[in-house]
Ligand binder design. Sequence first.
Ligand code: SF4
Length: 290
Amino acid sequence: MQVFVANPHGYCEGVVHAIALAEQVRREYPNTPIDVLGMLVHNEKVIQQLKENQITTIKIPISHYADFLSNVDASHIIIFTAHGHDRKLDQIATQRKLHTIDATCNKVYDSFLLIENALNAGREVIYLGKKGHPEAEAALSRGKDVYLYDVDQDFNYQQLKTNNPLVISQTTLSILELKGCHLDILAMLPNAEIGNEVCSATRLRQTAVQQLPSFVDAIYIIGSTQSSNTTKLAQIAKISHPQAKVRHIAELSELDQSELNQFSAVGVASGASTPLFITNEIIEFLKHYQ
Ligand code: SF4
């Protein structure tokens, strides 16, 4: 089997940083309960590894985070994840004198700063993102004049008071859907200022998928279905390679071997939260398939 691998693949720097931070906290506080509020990285294997290191992932709806922080035993260390968190959680943690660790990625943090600067200058902000995603919820918490433009829904322009908002986007959106949203906004608001915060790690991975050879019979996108950036890779592959079968799988055991004899050339790409060993295992399997 001919196998073409989209590069880069493997963790982005934000994921590397978040995992290293959690491991460092465990080393420094070997006997203290550590809770991660949400998935540190959107990959079940990573969550399992954290569990083996006695780091607990708190899997509850985002809307329950405030309640959790209000009631958690104050002896626990709380880790906030790479894609940001609601500001009111910081207030609760401060009031309760909780020990918190913030793993927010610098690129996410930069986009929040842009929002805050715009709000401080009296401007409105349209935030392009996905309702319920931690990063989008964290962005909306920056102020009441931040309006969510959910990429899967129509946006209500009537709620804006000005005609020149700043437009900011979630770092893991698809560059293709973003383009459509920007055109829609500019058609309605020609004076809007369009920012582009899709991070370079996301952008490079998406471009690499688009650049896989056009003749591949199938493209394997490796990563969790809970990972926004991985799901976007699958969406992009379907658009850029309409003739290829696109398979989004989390690990080798999910690969459907019964269809492999239909393929002579395949592409492989992985999300920024997919451990390298999982992708490499699949690449090696496909290379040696006869
Ligand atoms: S995908 Fe981009 S923004 Fe998200 S953690 Fe990775 S580097 Fe940071």
